[in-house]
Design a protein around this ligand. Structure first.
Ligand SMILES: NC(=O)C1=CN([C@@H]2O[C@H](COP(=O)(O)OP(=O)(O)OC[C@H]3O[C@@H](n4cnc5c(N)ncnc54)[C@H](OP(=O)(O)O)[C@@H]3O)[C@@H](O)[C@H]2O)C=CC1
Ligand SMILES: O=C(O)C1=N[C@H](C(=O)O)C[C@H](O)C1
Length: 239
């Protein structure tokens, strides 16, 4: 298929390499290093799907530009979800599909699934406090990570002792602490810890490379064209 890559950083470059290896064509690359290339230059005849991995401040505008062109868009950028309802409305208005995941790796999506199951069980038995910890490379601009936010939302849905999250170590008993650490070139580690005076239980996902994110984003781009609506990894994986 013909792919438009939006963002040509760590993810954009890795997606390009894997897309070509899977037999796809790169119809264009939109990035600040190529100011003459704009999303509005592309039509649905030239592009089957766009894959967007840029920056929290750029993602929404890029998604809007794709939807206005009628180009199905797979977005992986984090830190822009305050605009998500507008993007959903535009997807509906333009009848152009949008796919979003805070994390495209299959492993993390299994982690999300187990996280919700564990939260419900821990609430049922009681006696434990819970916190989320995320560790990423020092180039990451948003905090907490999108994956940590999805994890926290999963806990809040099933563990009524926590009613909101806070991105600090010091919280009130009803606040779920999300601890963010930035360290070297760490690809992405997420840990949920339940602690009682007697013991601790941890659920941990550690990405060793970006390959899982890349594979998931390409699977989503291959799956999306021809569909109508707003989708996520639960739809793709049937979780
Ligand atoms: N959902 C998931 O599975 C994953 C999500 N991510 C998220 O994806 C995003 C990108 O990550 P990553 O590739 O590591 O980041 P990088 O900083 O390595 O790359 C981002 C690229 O996007 C470019 N860019 C910035 N603004 C625009 C714009 N308006 N239009 C087009 N390109 C633009 C940047 O250019 P310049 O440097 O010149 O600003 C840079 O080349 C982040 O939000 C990250 O959190 C990352 C990995 C997995
Ligand atoms: O910026 C990154 O690198 C990553 N961002 C995503 C996030 O914010 O959760 C996914 C992954 O953890 C890598």
């Amino acid at each position: 298929m013909k792919l438009l890559l939006i963002g040509y950083g760590k993810m954009g470059r890795a997606i390009e390499a894997q897309a070509i290896a899977r037999g796809h064509q790169i119809a264009g690359i939109v990035d600040p290093t190529r100011p003459d290339v704009r999303i509005s230059d592309f039509t649905t005849e030239q592009v089957d799907a766009a894959i967007e991995f840029t920056h929290p401040d750029a993602a929404f505008q890029n998604v809007v530009a794709c939807l206005k062109q009628g180009i199905p868009v797979v977005c992986g950028s984090t830190g822009w979800l305050h605009h998500f309802p507008e993007a959903q409305a535009l997807s509906q208005q333009t009848t152009t599909p949008l796919f979003y995941a805070s994390n495209y790796s299959v492993g993390v999506n299994l982690f999300f699934h187990f996280n919700e199951y564990i939260a419900a069980k821990m609430h049922q038995f009681g006696g434990y406090d819970v916190q989320v910890r995320e560790i990423h490379h020092t180039q990451k601009v948003d905090q907490p990570s999108g994956t940590a936010l999805t994890t926290a939302e999963g806990i809040l849905r099933h563990f009524p002792g926590k009613t909101t999250w806070r991105n600090e170590a010091t919280t009130t008993p009803t606040e779920l602490a999300i601890l963010s650490e930035r360290e070297g070139a760490v690809v992405g580690t997420h840990i949920v810890t339940y602690s009682s005076p007697a013991d601790s239980i941890e659920l941990k996902h550690e990405a060793h490379t970006r390959e899982g994110f890349v594979q998931g984003a390409l699977l989503a781009a291959e799956w999306l064209p021809g569909r109508q609506g707003v989708f996520g990894m639960k739809d793709l994986l049937g979780l």
